[in-house]
Design a binder for this molecule. Sequence first.
Ligand code: UDP
Length: 495
Amino acid sequence: MNMESCEPHFLFVPLMCPGHIIPLMDIARLLGERNVAVTMVITPLNATRFGSVIERALKSGLPINFLQLQFPSTEVGLPKGCESIDRLPSLDLVGKFLTAQSMLQEPLEEALQGMKPFPSCIVTDKNIPWIATTASKFQIPRILFDGTSSFTHICSHNLHKSMVYEHFSDSEPFVIPGLPHRIEFTKAQLPSSFNPGSNKDLMAFRQTVKASEAGAFGVLLNTFEELETEYVKAYREATGFKVWCIGPVSLCNREILDKAERGRIPAIDENQCMKWLDFQAAGSVIYVCFGTLNRIPSLQLIEIAIALEASNRPFIWVLREGYKREEMETWLDEVGYEERIKGRGLLIRGWASQVLILSHQAIGGFLTHCGWNSTLEGICAGVPMITWPLFAEQFYNEKLIVQVLDIGVGVGTQQVVMHFGENDKSGALVKAEDIKKAIDKLMDAGEEGEQRRKKAAELAATAEKAVAQGGSSYLNITLLIEDVMQKPKFNQTKF
Ligand code: UDP
């Protein structure tokens, strides 16, 4: 594809982490389909991981290109090939990872010198503050990509402003002030940014990120206006930013192969998985997946295994590679787990075609860690959810699913927990009995369960409408392109 004839030209700079790269890949496609050229920065490991997606993007004839930059992992003391946050051996190394990501600035600026066509704007993950300096130097407008919802922002904003949590103990519930809904939280469920004692480097980094937001041209959100109308409005008011809600972006994957290989090649052939699902009754299967970052300890995995077996329902369970995973494998072998659940349970060790699986009519419930991408994907599939938030903004997403949208049942997690390997001493915080209870409640055939399913189906239809021609997200993409074409002023913020 000849990129030189395309205008405008968006330069994408993702945070090297699957949950941040995947939606940006979808957005590249959505813009490419509108004849907007996109160049996406990528690193060698991520180029290999996303190889099938990149190959299809290049073959599609859409004006999408990739700029590969070496990721200096070993230079900062990270293991070789550690180019994505999910590859970090320990969370203590996040600081080094961010340093390595910031070292992309020099090669990126070199590439920018001769880039043709010259970028009309930079779309940067909001967690890359140094892009503000680059954008300023090259006089390119900067748009922040924020992979969360307006609801999360407004909850967080109102909490920081009111500091209401200061008057309560860790486990005492309080209501977040100034919201259109009654949202209850406890201090123990708040993200680590509310805990001054947490990782000092990360706290300092967050402040830099916050300060770097000044001067941005606007914010791209993977959400749709109808999902959280009042919160989008409040977000615009609170930040003063132009906000383009253009999601759910996963819906751009229409072909089976695009859904099957979204992210990467799945560990189980999609045909095998779909055939297995074809044999299950409509709305009967629980799909279990905790995203790309969590390394849930064996003791907790065992509780999940027991609950899934005891639920007496069909299930697909994605077991990602993780810290001391062999302990879990030994247990599975010793108890003959796979034999016991044969025909009723499918274990996927590694990457699953999540969007494809969720779209199958046999799926009746999604046990999720409430990452924002997964939350939206559950919404798009019209599947009610069992919410099991762990950290970051996941508790906000749980509140949205359960308390605002009324399409989910909480598993009952009471506190933030970082399942990330070595330093994780949490063990099994949620017992099999409680997991089973949540499954039973969600899959209940009675009035309450029916209402949730109905609401979930309605929301899915609204999401489809939002991205269809003439829908709110479709129009917001048009507005975004028009806004960029009007050549906004670049920002002057430096870091
Ligand atoms: N995902 C997938 N297959 C997997 C695990 C994850 O396709 O086996 C995708 C999922 O569909 C979602 C993303 O990875 O798009 C995870 O993002 P999310 O925000 O839900 O969670 P994170 O991994 O960032 O915590």
